[in-house]
Design a binder for this molecule. Structure first.
Ligand code: UDP
Length: 409
């Protein structure tokens, strides 16, 4: 049975729902066209899959389109993605040409119908060239950490970004010098989706057994696309250090995304590093493995998200919601979700991760306390109802861009 708005009330409370209904009245019937670069894989697709039906039920005419690109284009945008995160990448003029050509091809094919057009991330940013003809308000919704971008890529992107009517970043650290209004909206998880809903203990046991995991021994888990910025090799290193003193099993579960061409290479590196350790379980999961991912996290003792760069990292909130202690890299949006020592631990190295893992493996009470705190933190800040509310507020704010205050009556 499909999830409906009323199903959220027992989770978030009547007051939160009431707020949504009040705002929804103000944006009834508006067309909100979302455009990104992949229908599956990664956090943006994860959010849109759940948010579009919710917005529609609230009366916003929300739609979702995906740009087309070939392998060359996605190689370019992945290099841009890494470079915007501050990683050194070889950037050439030809790459800019490929970006422009694919933008032109998409402009020829796509129809624009939004009162508000929400462009997610750099890949479709060039579509703003159609803003004049298409009309409406255009927002660049940036999900990545652009606090210290490679200047060549940022200066290429900036003229596109500046043609939007506003930009949305996930946290204040990512704000840029721009001549357009900037809003801060943190991402969110859907507590009722297959990825996050409560599961029977039997189902969790079945999934652990399916992947050869022993529920009687500690399980450390990282769920991530196989991406170097998620530092899967660092996770293996931390596991090896802690394994010297504590029995444990490691799960690295991930899958690909069509707009991420590096996944297979990284998976190869991870397999090689894991060698033949029977306690390292590398799971290359197909898209839509949400129930199994949910079960793997619920069956885990500690969850890791040891990224070296991160826009937000939905996987952190997904684990905190399940009351798991989380060890995360002290970067980007992970710092919004993990309050060090309260909802988890922030680390800067494999050694740091190993130290915290060892502490948690010998202290179940700390695990429980961090998990409880984490659950409350997510409930208050990172559920989709808050995210939907924020988007409706931004739509209203754009009605009167020269005023600081949104009028609700
Ligand atoms: N995810 C998934 N299957 C995988 C790996 C990840 O469904 O094999 C999901 C994960 O649960 C999360 C999203 O993809 O909901 C990843 O979002 P995040 O913000 O953590 O990272 P991104 O991939 O966007 O960098």
């Amino acid at each position: 049975m499909s999830i409906q708005l009323k199903d959220y009330e027992p989770v978030v409370g009547a007051a939160v729902m009431q707020e949504l209904f009040v705002l929804a009245e103000r944006v009834q019937g508006r067309r909100l066209q979302n455009i990104n670069s992949t229908p599956v894989g990664g956090g943006v697709a994860e959010i849109l899959t759940r948010m579009i039906p919710l917005l529609r039920e609230l009366g916003v005419d929300a739609t979702w389109d995906v740009i087309k690109g070939d392998q060359a284009f996605f190689n370019v945008t992945k290099a841009f993605h890494n470079a915007l995160h501050g990683k050194r990448e070889e950037i050439t003029e030809q790459m800019f040409d490929i970006f422009r050509e694919t933008t032109e091809a998409n402009l020829r094919e796509m129809a624009f119908s939004g009162d508000v057009t929400l462009i997610h991330d750099p890949q479709p940013a060039g579509l703003v060239l159609r803003k004049g003809a298409a009309g409406g308000r255009w927002i660049w919704r940036c999900h990545i950490d652009v606090s210290a971008p490679d200047p060549r890529v940022w200066e290429f992107l900036r003229p596109y970004v500046e043609q939007h009517d506003a930009a949305i970043f996930s946290m204040p650290d990512f704000a840029q010098q721009l001549p357009i209004p900037q809003y801060m909206v943190a991402p969110s998880i859907d507590p009722l989706s297959d990825k996050n809903k409560d599961l029977d203990a039997d189902y969790v046991s079945t999934v652990l057994a399916k992947y050869g995991l022993n529920p009687g021994r500690p399980i450390l888990t990282q769920i991530s696309r196989f991406d170097r910025l998620k530092d899967p090799l660092g996770v293996i290193e931390a596991y090896r250090m802690v394994k010297k003193r504590h029995d444990c099993q490691l799960v690295l579960a991930g899958g690909g995304a069509p707009d991420d061409p590096e996944g297979m290479d990284v998976l190869g590196e991870v397999n090689e590093r894991a060698a033949s350790d029977p306690d390292i379980h590398i799971l290359d999961l197909p898209p839509f493995s949400d129930l199994e991912i949910n079960a793997l996290v619920r069956g885990s003792t500690v969850v890791l998200q040891k990224s070296t760069k991160e826009g937000f990292g939905l996987t952190v909130s997904e684990a905190l919601w399940k009351k798991k202690p989380v060890i995360g890299g002290a970067v980007g949006g992970i710092k919004l979700q993990i309050i060090n020592g309260v909802t988890g631990f922030l680390v800067h190295s494999p050694e740091g991760a190993a130290k915290r893992l060892a502490e948690l493996l010998s202290d179940p009470e700390s695990c429980r306390r961090l998990g409880e705190n984490g659950y409350l933190h997510v409930k208050q800040n990172f559920l989709m109802t808050r995210h939907v509310k924020d988007y409706m507020l931004v739509m209203l704010a754009l009605d009167s861009p020269n005023e600081d205050i949104v009028h609700l009556n």
